[in-house]
Write a protein that binds this ligand. Structure first.
Ligand SMILES: Nc1ncnc2c1ncn2[C@@H]1O[C@H](COP(=O)(O)OP(=O)(O)OP(=O)(O)O)[C@@H](O)[C@H]1O
Length: 833
């Protein structure tokens, strides 16, 4: 493009007319072209400087950078030529005037300024400033002569200047033409440029758009890359965390395996636990499939267990009977053996006597035989002597006959004795055999008795285990159902009720003696409202029913697992509800001789905590105690005398409750809790009512926060145990309350009624549950509507006198039992690393 433009630019100079074209001018060439002009040209230009000064300055100058414009060096390139042409042109145009001047001045006018300058080396200024001085008396012709060279010079200079002027005018014209040409070219080029610019602008726009697109894509790519990098970093972090966890798990595994090695002795126990856990997990899986089916299955199983239990108990009773009859048989057999042994001994004695008799008889016989032989000998001697008298012979014959009779008698006797002896021997053999048989029978019976005793123990153990399984399954079902558990406890008839005829001490409650509802059901009989109306029976079933004979120990046994779960990180809430004087305080606090749930729970928590220390668990426990009296919270552990502070209840998102400005005491042994309880009981509002000498006039809340940390696994648990003794509901009319007592009773009844409303709303699954209607319900909110394991003791008085109150309480208990709360949740943190 530049080349094209340069080629169109006219170049003034020698042979260069207005339309003449020149070769494109390259800066290097332009510079080089100036060089060969040599110093002579430079000198000439210097000499021209004065004459050319003005016109040259007015001439357009070009620079190589402007392309089309010839540079000064360009003009220099053709300087010689241009000067010559200008001179020629000038001389051609100025010819007449010069000729005219020559004609006036004669030969003076023929010399040109260039010649003068070359000859004299003068500059125009030198000529113009020349002064001519004459000595006095110089002749005018001399003076004229003196002026002639100066005039010549001045004329030559004048011509030169005129020529220069004409040359300049020519140049100006040329330049004007050239300029017009250039302008049109420039205009064309400008159009071209504008079009090209537009095109370029369009292209630029396109490029810009492309760039923007590219930019957007780049940005997108960058953000993708950034995102990818972030994801990568996240993944890397996750991987690192997982690696850490893996390392941690590996370390844990290593530690665990070491611990396993160390705790080899506990393996059996753990295996047992694992087996039980597997059993539970199988059962739980079954339960998860269908709770209802599981419930039925559980009922069936429980029935089966119950049947099995009954059967086993029957078997046990039967086995016991059999054992007893076998023992009797054994005693009889022993007697028989003893008898036979005696008989055998007497037979042995008889045989010895018979043997002695036999020996005697044998000796007598031998003697008789000897006598007979002697008599025979005598007879023979007498016969031989022939002379013996007939009398002697007869006498001898008689003797012989007698002796023979004696002999045969003795022989008979001997044979009978022999028979007797054989019989006795037989008897003895028989009794020996019988004794052996009896002895083996006795051994067999003994083995039987032992095995029966074993199976009896086994059956008893199975019954016990079945009962344990039943209870555990029941607990699991309760947890799965998320119900509030209800244990009903009936207190015994008090001595005053029994002795005072003013009281109707007849029992209003019955308990099933066998069957499915054994230990779970009860029936209340209430007198008809109208006189003559028959008493009415109402049956109820709860998670557990404790009849009046149940000891504190037995009651606690039933809830110790629940208490234990507070150590495992659960929130546990146990509260006692019932009419005044029904045994709530006795159940929760008890007496020194018969401690209740709170002291026993503390004992268990501390003992279990100590046991768990062997497995590297450390526990930190904090207790607080408050009472809600006339709808105001009071700190029972505050040591301030005038504790008029207003306490506010707040619940956090984890369901943990905080009461502002409440005294928290670190406890690490049960005795410390005993002291706190004693201190709190001193402060608690208690009064005497017509129905209870030591009636609690406030709701008392004992709260213990248990934080556990396993130093080897870094696992953490945070459990809460809330144990609450509510004030008793009462009929104001019957309690005889007036004044302050009346106000207290009204506040108590109001808050209990608010509790009833909350329970109803929960049971009916209402959207709004009015927890905020009383301090008590607001405080219990996480236990009633949250994820606590909650148990309510329903305390009931046993006699007909309180039949109606008992019926109300039992109905309320049924409602509570049907209340569903969230499934209890453990608050456990297991380390990630
Ligand atoms: N299971 C029980 N065995 C023996 N005595 C009991 C039993 N339950 C309650 N009692 C006795 O009955 C009386 C009233 O019991 P308690 O004070 O515990 O009732 P309460 O429900 O707390 O009454 P209130 O609501 O008025 O405070 C007490 O003397 C207590 O010792």
């Amino acid at each position: 493009m530049d080349d094209r433009r340069e080629s169109r630019i006219p170049r003034p100079g020698v042979g260069g007319g207005a339309g003449a074209t020149t070769k494109p001018l390259e800066p290097s060439k332009a510079t080089n072209s100036a060089a060969p002009t040599g110093s002579a040209m430079d000198r000439k230009r210097k000499a021209d400087a004065v004459s050319d000064a003005v016109p040259d300055a007015k001439r357009p100058t070009f620079s190589a950078g402007q392309g089309a414009r010839p540079t000064r060096s360009n003009t220099t390139t053709g300087a010689g030529g241009r000067s010559a042409s200008v001179q020629q042109a000038t001389s051609a145009r100025t010819g007449p005037s010069q000729a005219q001047g020559a004609s006036e001045l004669g030969p003076i006018a023929e010399e040109s300024w260039d010649d003068i300058r070359d000859k004299t080396g003068q500059a125009p200024e030198d000529v113009l400033s020349k002064k001519v001085a004459f000595a006095k008396g110089t002749k005018p012709e001399r003076k004229v002569e003196a002026f002639v060279p100066l005039v010549k010079e001045l004329k030559a200079l004048g011509r030169h200047l005129h020529g220069s002027n004409q040359r300049l005018e020519l140049d100006v014209e040329q330049w004007k033409r050239h300029s017009a040409e250039l302008s049109s070219q420039a205009e064309a080029e400008r159009h071209e440029w504008t079009a090209k610019q537009a095109e370029v602008a369009k292209q630029m726009q396109e490029i810009r758009e492309l760039l923007e697109l590219q930019e957007q894509q780049n940005n997108k790519l960058e953000s993708d890359i950034k995102q990818g990098a972030e994801q990568l970093a996240e993944k890397e972090a996750a991987r690192a965390t997982l690696q850490q966890r893996l390392d941690g798990v590996e370390a844990d595994l290593e530690r665990a395996s070491k611990q396993l090695e160390e705790r080899d002795g506990k393996v059996k126990e753990m295996e047992e636990l694992i087996r039980t856990g597997q059993k539970y997990s199988t059962t739980l899986q079954t339960y998860n499939t269908s709770l209802q089916a599981d419930l039925t299955a559980e009922k069936t199983r429980r029935d089966e267990v119950q049947r099995a239990k009954d059967e086993l108990q029957g078997q046990a009773a039967e086995l016991g009977g059999r054992v007893r009859s076998l023992e009797q048989l054994l005693a009889y057999e022993r007697e028989q053996v003893e008898k036979l042994r005696n008989e055998r001994e007497s037979a042995t004695r008889d045989i010895a006597m018979l043997r002695a008799d036999l020996d005697n008889t044998r000796q007598e016989r031998e003697r008789a035989v000897a006598d007979m032989t002697k008599a025979k000998d005598d007879l023979d001697r007498l016969r031989t002597a022939g002379g013996k008298s007939m009398e002697t012979l007869e006498a001898l014959s008689n003797d012989k006959a007698t002796m023979e009779a004696q002999l045969s008698m003795q022989q008979r006797h001997i044979s009978s004795m022999r028979e007797e002896l054989a019989g006795a021997k037989e008897n003895r053999a028989m009794s020996d055999a019988l004794a052996d048989t009896r002895a083996s029978q006795i051994t067999e019976l003994k083995a039987q008795v032992e095995s029966l005793q074993g199976s009896l123990a086994d059956a008893e153990r199975r019954v016990y285990e079945g009962e344990l399984v039943r209870r555990k399954l029941h607990n699991i079902i309760q947890d799965l159902k998320g119900n509030i558990r209800v244990y009903c406890r009936v207190r015994p008839v008090s001595s005053s009720e029994a002795s005072d005829s003013a009281h109707d001490s007849e029992m209003s409650l019955d308990f099933p003696a066998a069957g499915d509802l054994l230990g779970r059901g009860l029936t209340v009989t209430v007198n008809g409202n109208l006189s003559g109306q028959a008493p009415q029976k109402h049956s109820f079933a709860f998670d557990r029913v404790f009849s009046p004979g149940t000891t504190q120990d037995m009651v606690f046994d039933e809830l110790s697992e629940l208490v234990q779960s507070a150590l495992d990180g659960h929130k546990v809430c146990i509260f006692a509800y019932g009419q005044t004087g029904s045994g709530k305080t006795f159940t929760m606090l008890g007496s020194r001789e018969q401690p209740g749930v709170i002291p026993r729970a503390m004992q268990q928590i501390f003992t279990s905590g100590q046991k768990l220390a062997a497995q590297d668990w450390q526990f930190n426990m904090q207790a607080s105690m408050l009472e809600i009296y006339n709808e105001e919270i009071r700190d029972l552990l505050s040591r301030r005398k005038d504790d008029s502070k207003k306490h506010q209840v707040t619940h956090d998102s984890n369901g943990l409750t905080t009461v502002s400005d409440l005294t928290l005491v670190d406890v690490n042994r049960p005795e410390a809790v005993d002291q706190l309880l004693a201190q709190a009981m001193d402060k608690r509002a208690v009064g005497c009512t017509a129905l209870n000498e030591q009636s609690s006039r406030s709701h008392m809340v004992f709260s213990m926060r248990i934080e556990g940390h396993n130093t080897s696994t870094d696992a953490k648990v945070c459990g809460v145990l809330n144990l609450i003794d509510l004030a008793g509901s009462e009929r104001v009319k019957e309690s005889g309350a007036i004044g302050q007592r009346l106000k207290e009773a009204q506040a108590i009844n109001k808050s209990l009624s608010a509790l009833g409303d909350v329970i109803m709303a929960l049971a009916n699954k209402q959207e709004h549950v009015p927890f905020r209607n009383s301090k008590l319900t607001y405080l219990l909110q996480p236990s009633l509507g949250g994820d606590s394991k909650t148990l309510m003791f329903l305390n009931v008085a046993p006699t007909r006198e309180f039949g109606h109150e008992s019926l109300c309480s039992l109905r309320f208990g049924s409602k509570v039992n049907a209340c569903e709360i969230n499934v209890p949740k453990k608050n456990v943190t297991v380390p990630r690393g």
